[in-house]
Design a protein around this ligand. Structure first.
Ligand code: AMP
Length: 225
């Protein structure tokens, strides 16, 4: 069985970037619920049609829609190579729902990482963010630019600005985070699963801090697996 890690933190904290790195290192599957939803929208699927307006305005998609989207993907990975889950759960209801679903299927979380970042730093990062149109990588026009302007270093697809990365929508997403998602951090803290890390570090230092926070529970065991 692999390691099952939930990445938490406000929008722009670096969950996606760190999740990609960690998934590569652990050989786990990376799921970003935001990316899954954007794919559904691009495909014009019924879920995509239902969720587009929520995402464009920075509000959360209803819990029951999310549960449907996440359950099968995550369970399959949990039974195999493990997962790094980025963007889920975002409400206490989602966390409880996932816990019930996991308990029924004999799956457990290994750890929950909480990347902390101030509201001002979030806005500064997201207004300068470029996202890959194909893979989960993202860049910052100044702090972490791509090697070739407008092109993803990893998969060479075109980089785009996300529709919800405008200052107005970012500020709304931050409010939604504090109201609806911050209580999930407490949910996991009280269950002894939470590891806090400082998200203001550059990508490389944050990756090292994150590994320290997860060791020995996750990393050391994966090295001997
Ligand atoms: P992200 O790419 O993680 O920043 O997510 C972008 C948007 O997708 C959010 O603002 C929500 O509208 C939606 N979304 C992603 N994950 C969830 C979730 N777990 N629950 C509800 N909505 C979500």
């Amino acid at each position: 069985m692999g390691f099952n890690v939930v990445m938490m933190g406000p929008p722009g904290a670096g969950k996606g970037t760190q999740a990609v790195l960690l998934a590569q290192e652990l050989g786990a599957t990376h799921f970003s619920t935001g990316d899954l939803l954007r794919k559904e929208i691009a495909a014009g699927s019924p879920i995509g049609i239902k969720t587009r307006s929520y995402m464009d305005s920075g509000v959360l998609v209803p819990d029951r829609v999310m549960a449907e989207l996440v359950a099968s993907h995550v369970l399959r990975a949990a039974r195999g190579e493990g997962f790094i889950l980025d963007g889920y759960p975002r409400t206490v209801e989602q966390a409880q729902d996932m816990q019930t679903h996991f308990a029924k299927n004999g799956v457990a979380l290994s750890a929950v990482v909480n990347i902390q970042l101030s509201d001002d730093a979030i806005v500064e990062r997201l207004v300068h963010r470029l996202s890959c149109s194909k893979c989960p990588r993202s860049y910052h026009t100044k702090a972490n630019p791509p090697k070739v302007a407008g092109v993803c270093d990893g998969c060479q697809a075109t980089l785009t600005r996300r529709k919800d990365d405008t200052e107005e929508v970012i500020r709304h997403r931050v409010r939604v985070y504090w109201e609806q998602t911050a209580p999930v951090v407490e949910y996991y803290r009280s269950r002894g699963l939470l590891r806090n890390v400082d998200g203001s570090q550059p990508i490389g230092s944050l990756a090292s801090m994150l590994r320290e926070a997860l060791a020995p529970r996750v990393i050391a065991r994966s090295a001997t697996a």
